[in-house]
Design a protein around this ligand. Structure first.
Ligand code: UTP
Length: 295
């Protein structure tokens, strides 16, 4: 492992331009990233994870119909005035806090050509520096923010990192899967990546989740990547090409990941976040116990 001082990662790209078909009809007029988990939209938890990890700027990759996401983090003068006049101090502070969380830039992905294409849309804004990617519908509940854990590892390895979790064997065909050699505790040197492998085609159950640290050299590769699985430009295909050029690591983070873009994952996230909510957790735990006893 190298010892020189790594370049600080300042920017996080959050793609939110996907169609969200798995969450229809709820996602027809409301972006799935704006669906509520207890008392705030999914996207706010993700932005807060980046902020708590020390990121300076968020780059949303957005599309038509997703304006509510940008509005959520914008300053709303009228709402600010109403809450102040009504003396709703706590709400006033919270609404103000959201709009001053972090510097946010938004880039349009003109067509939903896939996650790889969405990240390529950030090329000019990211420039020539390493950056984080957080998928806008992937939540990670953890003591130390998942991105913070990844940045700590990055300071040691100074190479691209994908966050992974072990999944049951019968679920590997739903994910991008990493094959690799263990290099230290919970860290693997990536040898191969396969997008949604057919059952029986890999021995690995390490599934890529929606957190990545990438270097700007990924953009040239993405620009040459042709449509893969599902006719989309897949980030996994570009990452596979990258492994031929440089080292890449897979990291089993501490925490639990929820796919909030999927109905079941969303429901699991609501329960988990409610059980951790400072004001609601005790009453909610009692309620869950009553429900479980009545089943
Ligand atoms: P998903 O696989 O969840 O796709 O994308 P999706 O289109 O959003 O949802 P479904 O599958 O139709 O229900 C993973 C991430 O990549 C973004 C999504 O917004 C999500 O954060 N994405 C995907 C884009 O930004 N652009 C794309 O063209 C595709």
């Amino acid at each position: 492992m190298k010892k020189s001082r790594p370049q600080r990662i300042r920017k996080a790209v959050i793609p939110v331009a996907g169609r969200g078909t798995r969450f229809l009809p709820a996602s027809k007029a409301i972006p799935k990233e704006m669906l509520t988990i207890v008392d705030r939209p999914t996207i706010q938890y993700i932005v807060e994870e980046a902020v708590e990890s020390g990121i300076d700027q968020i780059i949303f990759i957005s599309s038509e119909g997703k304006e509510a996401i940008e509005n959520h983090f914008d300053y709303d003068y009228e709402l600010d005035t109403v809450l102040e006049k009504k003396g709703r101090e706590k709400l006033h502070d919270e609404v103000k806090r959201i709009s001053s969380l972090i510097d946010i830039v938004s880039v349009r992905q003109k067509k939903p050509l896939g996650l790889g294409h969405a990240i390529l849309s950030a090329r000019n804004v990211v420039g020539d520096e390493p950056f984080l990617v957080l998928l806008g519908d992937d939540l990670v509940l953890s003591e130390t923010p998942c991105c913070r854990q990844m940045l700590d590892l990055y300071n040691e390895v100074q190479e691209p990192i994908v966050a992974v979790q072990s999944v049951p064997e019968d679920q590997t065909s739903r994910y991008g899967i990493v094959e690799g050699e263990p290099s230290s505790a919970r860290v693997y040197k990536v040898e191969r990546l396969i997008e949604k492998p057919a059952p029986g085609t890999t021995d690995s159950n390490l599934a890529i989740i929606g957190r990545y640290i990438l270097h700007p050299d990924i953009f040239a590769i993405l620009a040459k990547t042709t449509p893969g699985q599902g006719g989309e430009i897949q980030l996994t295909d570009a990452l596979l090409a990258l492994t031929k050029k440089r080292a890449m690591y897979a990291f089993e983070f501490s925490g639990t990941r929820y796919d909030a873009g999927d109905k079941m994952g969303y429901l699991q996230a609501v329960v988990a976040y409610a059980l951790h909510h400072p004001q609601l957790k005790d009453d909610f735990r009692r309620h869950i116990k009553e429900v479980a006893a009545s089943l």
